[in-house]
Ligand binder design. Structure first.
Ligand SMILES: Nc1nc2c(ncn2[C@@H]2O[C@@H]3COP(=O)(O)O[C@H]4[C@@H](O)[C@H](n5cnc6c(=O)[nH]c(N)nc65)O[C@@H]4COP(=O)(O)O[C@H]3[C@H]2O)c(=O)[nH]1
Ligand SMILES: Nc1nc2c(ncn2[C@@H]2O[C@@H]3COP(=O)(O)O[C@H]4[C@@H](O)[C@H](n5cnc6c(=O)[nH]c(N)nc65)O[C@@H]4COP(=O)(O)O[C@H]3[C@H]2O)c(=O)[nH]1
Ligand SMILES: Nc1nc2c(ncn2[C@@H]2O[C@@H]3COP(=O)(O)O[C@H]4[C@@H](O)[C@H](n5cnc6c(=O)[nH]c(N)nc65)O[C@@H]4COP(=O)(O)O[C@H]3[C@H]2O)c(=O)[nH]1
Ligand SMILES: Nc1nc2c(ncn2[C@@H]2O[C@@H]3COP(=O)(O)O[C@H]4[C@@H](O)[C@H](n5cnc6c(=O)[nH]c(N)nc65)O[C@@H]4COP(=O)(O)O[C@H]3[C@H]2O)c(=O)[nH]1
Lengths: 73, 73
């Protein structure tokens, strides 16, 4: 499943700072300044969940709970 | 270096059929029907060169010779 993040929702979640830094580095590597949405590789899920501080199921639950994942596992 | 292919130029090169099939599979996986240009991952270079029938330097030389690589190694 494609991981799709809602960038506006992400900005509003203070504790998501480590995720925002990761997202910012991908935005800059691409030059993708659409500002609304960012699709990431399935392979990035592990890194994202580690940055949230848990394993895959904890990380996905947290991202869902924050309302920042438009699409994902 | 990003690998960027010129899709119009590629269509005109008969012996590039294996490359065109690889490119078509990525276009369909993405739903990317812009039809002019396709950027591929640096990691795809090995697969591309194998499909051209050689190692990396032979494959890159062939893609350059055909005029289908807008940007690459
Ligand atoms: N639609 C689509 N296009 C793809 C995909 N994979 C690669 N590309 C295209 O191929 C270019 C080069 O990819 P790269 O060498 O892996 O080089 C990439 C990669 O190292 C990194 N990067 C970009 N997006 C992501 C991401 O979502 N996850 C990860 N882990 N790295 C990324 O930044 C570099 C530059 O990215 P771009 O400027 O976007 O440039 C990308 C993009 O135009 C894909 O799954 N879908
Ligand atoms: N996952 C995803 N990422 C997107 C999408 N639209 C834009 N991006 C990201 O935002 C960067 C800038 O896109 P751009 O200004 O539209 O301008 C783009 C576009 O006009 C064109 N381009 C280059 N490669 C491709 C390609 O493989 N497919 C398409 N459709 N356009 C490409 O060259 C410019 C630079 O492309 P990139 O190096 O790929 O860099 C792209 C890409 O990393 C999208 O729908 N999905
Ligand atoms: N080897 C190879 N495979 C490719 C390429 N383009 C697409 N794919 C395959 O097709 C799937 C869907 O690509 P997408 O619709 O562009 O959907 C992509 C795209 O929106 C975004 N993405 C991933 N990497 C990049 C990147 O380097 N640059 C940009 N701009 N977007 C990326 O994340 C989404 C999910 O990526 P994945 O889970 O990895 O899933 C990708 C990947 O398995 C390519 O150039 N080379
Ligand atoms: N800027 C940006 N937009 C995103 C992203 N994820 C989703 N979208 C939006 O949602 C649609 C599907 O994106 P995709 O799955 O990456 O699937 C994309 C992607 O695989 C590819 N694509 C489009 N533009 C580019 C580009 O500039 N560079 C590359 N590498 N691929 C592109 O063509 C497919 C269809 O693109 P669209 O019809 O334009 O429509 C795109 C775009 O409007 C993202 O990470 N960044």
């Amino acid at each position: 499943r494609k991981i799709v993040l809602d960038l506006a929702a992400l900005e509003a979640i203070d504790p998501s700072a480590p995720i925002r830094r990761f997202v910012r580095s991908i935005i800059e590597a691409r030059g993708d300044f659409n500002g609304r949405i960012l699709s990431l590789r399935h392979d990035d899920l592990k890194a994202l969940c580690t940055l949230v501080g848990g394993d895959i199921s904890t990380g996905v639950a947290q991202l869902r709970g924050w309302g920042v994942m438009i699409d994902g596992p």
